[in-house]
Design a protein around this ligand. Structure first.
Ligand SMILES: [Fe+2]
Length: 192
């Protein structure tokens, strides 16, 4: 479920807003300069659809956004659980931990969720906006916005990424322990 929970930076238990109303989410995110849209595919995309077909199904949205934001590079990232593989739990844990600390990028963070779910935590103006994205959600976070990302204990998603620069994914960590004080993706979804 797409969900926005806004919390005080000092006291994560102080929830200022929790909503799944897409229009409210769009307006709240706009107040901190973050764009949120819902996209619909031009055709049905069953699980396992290849990258070419996914990009084709969203081509009109991708072209419009790329022109507007100056995004020159588009790719697809997938996390697909493979429970039969004994290495999967460790791989999933390592992938999750990579993004759990607060950090910034010199490029915008622009992600479209084709499938699955994950949470972006945007640390702006004394508040943390936890945005749980699911299939159909586009999020555009301006460059140098402090954030972290939780893909949960069982990561599963397919995401289209947009970049202005080739090294746009490179992050700069902001050392502190703020992220650990906030509810995880699994916590947020457990209380729906
Ligand atoms: Fe990031």
């Amino acid at each position: 479920m797409t969900l926005l929970q806004i919390m005080s930076e000092q006291a994560p238990e102080t929830v200022r807003l929790r909503t799944d109303d897409l229009d409210v989410i769009r307006k709240e995110l706009l107040r901190i300069g973050v764009r949120f849209e819902r996209w619909h595919a031009a055709r049905r995309l069953p699980a396992g659809t290849d990258d070419f077909t996914i990009l084709k199904a969203y081509r009109s949205h991708i072209d419009r956004l790329s022109a507007e934001g100056g995004y020159r590079l588009v790719d697809i990232v997938r996390m697909t659980p493979t429970p039969a593989d004994p290495g999967w739990p460790q791989r999933a844990r390592a992938a999750r931990e990579t993004f759990l600390e607060r950090h910034v990028h010199d490029d915008d963070v622009v992600r479209f969720f084709v499938a699955g779910a994950a949470c972006f935590y945007l640390h702006v103006a004394g508040q943390v906006h936890a945005m749980v994205c699911t299939a159909g959600d586009l999020l555009c976070v301006p460059s140098r916005t402090a954030h972290w990302f939780d893909m949960g204990e069982c990561p599963e998603f397919t995401v289209i990424r947009f970049f202005q620069k080739e090294d746009g994914w490179v992050s700069r960590h902001l050392p502190d322990s703020i992220a650990a004080r906030f509810p995880t993706l699994d916590d947020l979804l457990a209380t729906t």
